[in-house]
Design a protein around this ligand. Structure first.
Ligand code: AMP
Ligand code: MG
Length: 339
């Protein structure tokens, strides 16, 4: 249904208006420290259905539920391991989502048919205030059309969601630029990373004895296998252009581009590569933190300038680099070339 989408500011008055819209069953896009989220009351089935419809999201891809404080998690879960409390003490509020057994207050539509629910406590002051004022647990996937790069500013959200949702709150650029780290619990002192994000394996190892990186983070799921995290099975984060990841040194990368160059072919390279780079390019930061911050923004820009083919210099897999690599390999539909 086509409707007006109101652009709200991050003023006290507009934040209160956004919270009231959510409380009364509407869908509103809100800035968070990871990316912008498409927010609805997590226990209101009609509102959650409207989120899936606005995104065109497959019904089996669960929504993360956002709370104002981790102590609220008892209201929506059957049990919480002791390790979760220790992790919450260190990483909540922040970009960490913990998968826990859900209770009956969380509708099946919110959890994508699973008996578990991902719980996160965002640190962004606007999102935090909206959760508090609405009094709701807020289900919020990334505020993009399903399959497209996640939005890191209000203009990206408007590009995808104008006419589909009630309002967008403009809170500037998202700090991290990639979605939260999603973990599940394996044992008393052990977790599994289902989706990498700004909370890195090394950071989790400060609290947990064992941190398993799910194999589906770096490679394509085999046909017929079951995804530990449903989002892993979908092609994701893709601009219109065909993306190919190229692993190797800069001189070999340049050689490869020279052999595959043509109209509307672009390279997505590191800041330090740009001096004397002989072909059309866009840069995406100098280190993993910057690459995470800029990646989705640059993928959207490449569409705007009309790129048909994008060769990306493969990022480091260290630290938050693992999250950047994970998003890019999905944007590339797992097409990786080693030079
Ligand atoms: P998004 O809403 O776009 O940030 O994507 C959320 C992702 O988190 C989903 O695609 C899943 O991969 C993961 N996720 C959310 N809830 C669960 C859950 N209960 N179990 C496993 N993975 C989950
Ligand atoms: Mg998403």
């Amino acid at each position: 249904m086509e409707r007006d989408t109101v652009l709200l500011k991050d003023s006290g008055e507009d934040i209160a208006a956004a919270a009231e819209l959510i409380r009364s069953g509407n869908v509103v896009a809100v800035p968070t420290e990871t990316v912008y989220g498409l927010c609805a009351d997590a226990v209101n089935e009609a509102a959650v259905r409207a989120v899936f419809a606005a995104k065109g999201r497959p019904a089996d891809n669960p929504l993360i539920v956002h709370l104002s404080d981790f102590s609220e998690a008892v209201k929506y879960t059957k049990s919480i391991p002791e390790l979760a409390y220790r992790l919450a003490e260190r990483f909540c509020p922040g970009p960490l989502t913990m998968v826990l057994p859900k209770n009956d207050r969380i509708p099946m539509i919110t959890s994508g048919g699973l008996e578990t629910v991902g719980i996160r406590v965002p640190s962004h002051p606007v999102m935090h205030r909206i959760i508090q004022l609405s009094g709701c647990a807020i289900a919020a996937p990334s505020a993009n059309i399903s399959g497209l790069p996640s939005p890191t500013c209000a203009a990206h959200v408007m590009d995808d969601m104008k006419g589909r949702i009630a309002a967008v709150v403009d809170g500037g650029e998202s700090r991290f630029g990639v979605e939260s780290t999603v973990i599940s619990f394996e044992g008393e002192n052990s977790v599994r990373i289902l989706r990498p994000g700004a909370v890195t394996r090394k950071m989790l190892l400060e609290i947990c004895e064992e941190v398993i990186v799910d194999p589906a983070i770096l490679k394509e799921l085999e046909e017929g296998s079951i995804a530990a995290s449903p989002g892993m099975k979908y092609k994701h984060y893709s601009p219109k252009a065909d993306v190919v990841m190229v692993e190797g040194e800069l001189d070999r990368f340049i050689e490869y581009i020279s052999e595959n160059y043509g109209e509307n072919v672009y390279s997505l390279i590191f800041d330090g590569d740009a001096d004397n780079f002989p072909y059309r390019y866009v840069t995406y930061g100098a280190d993993s933190e910057e690459q995470a911050h800029f990646l989705f923004q640059r993928l959207r820009e490449l569409d705007e300038i009309g790129a048909d083919k994008v060769y990306v210099r493969a990022p480091s897999k260290d630290g938050v680099g693992l999250a950047v690599y994970n998003r890019l390999i999905r944007a590339a539909g797992f097409e990786v070339i080693r030079v």
